[in-house]
Design a protein around this ligand. Sequence first.
Ligand SMILES: [Zn+2]
Length: 430
Amino acid sequence: MSSLLFQNATIVTPDKILRRGFVLIERGRIRAVGTGVAKVHPRRGAVQTIDASDGLLVPGYTDLQVNGAKGEEFSQSPVEKYDGIVRHFVAHGATAMLATVLTDTPDNMLEAIRRVGAYRESGSEYADAVIGIHVEGPFLNPQRRGAHPQHLLRKPDVKEVRRWLRAAPDAIRMVTLAPELEGAQKVIRLLHDAGVVVAASHSLADYRCMAESVKNGLSFVTHVGNTTDWPYRKEQPGGWLGAEPGVVGSFLCMEELSGSVILDGFHFHPAMLGPILRCKGTEKVALITDAAFVAGLPPGMYRKGKEKVTVTPQGYTVGRRRGWLAGSLLTMDRAVRNAVCLAGVSLAEAVTMATVSPTKVLGLAKKGRIAPGYDADVLILDSELNVKMTVRGGRLYRSQVGNAAPQGGAVARASLAARHGRAETDPCVP
Ligand SMILES: [Zn+2]
């Protein structure tokens, strides 16, 4: 593996933007970062120098929730199809991701966990981009089930969780459950003690339940604002309507909690991103795709097992349940672009939400920043934030992908573009 030297790049770090910067990569690690002419020399072997004068250099993105793409899904597809899923997201800037295993029968979930575990050990070119598994379900509240099949939801079960942990040791990094279900607190404690990030979602938990769960190790809210309630009036003993923060209000109040948002313009209104960042701080909000198996496919109707999902021309998905979104079509580059173009946050904040925030959640000490000693996961973006090059573990990939106009409802797009004073010629305004 030869060394790589990027020169003349605009480097986006969480603290500052370096102009005319350089980054030297050796043996899969970032060795040096600075501005001006690189004064460091590779230790040995050839060095490939790349002029990045028209590009932005950012850390590779980490996606905490990928279900699938291109018609395949980690939960249901054979392991031979996994490379195709991962390649799609790597081409769009995700250098690390969690493969999501979704609600299914106990046997099928165990099998899917084993498959992802085996894929990670397979030595396949893309396998090391899957840094772990996110189990979403089956311990979810039927009243907030979203696209998860009702008949497969069940109560939290310590024995089932122990089987998951044995099936793929160290691979399970995150589990999303509804903490209000009977038996959930025991499962939260078990997972937390095993080093797994425990997340609430598909949930009707109230503030009291969320506070108890946080004490037991819950630290995350998955897709904030989807299948989780904003503050509302809740009936109290005696019949009066009390003020209830709900899961989203608890997320905003409780310092211990980080969370994720699906910023495709449909799942989460971009106008709410700024207030959430001001409340939580950028490093506690991660952008995710929650991409469905239909991500990367043109509009149409698709089937996968018992799932039936329609991709609409507007860029959202609907499942069998009328009106319910069924995962997104997002990629991380698009999520970052939407944060800038639809929600009007700064580029540095958008990049932080795709890099520092998710890697912090997982406790990855060597990912998410452009700094000496960190993994050589680096992207070169063009001025419209499309991925031109990806370096993953020191290997260079040139992307052939472009981005269409930012997704999102036309109303959200127009109103936010106007509010943030974007000109019609701004690349953010299609
Ligand atoms: Zn979900």
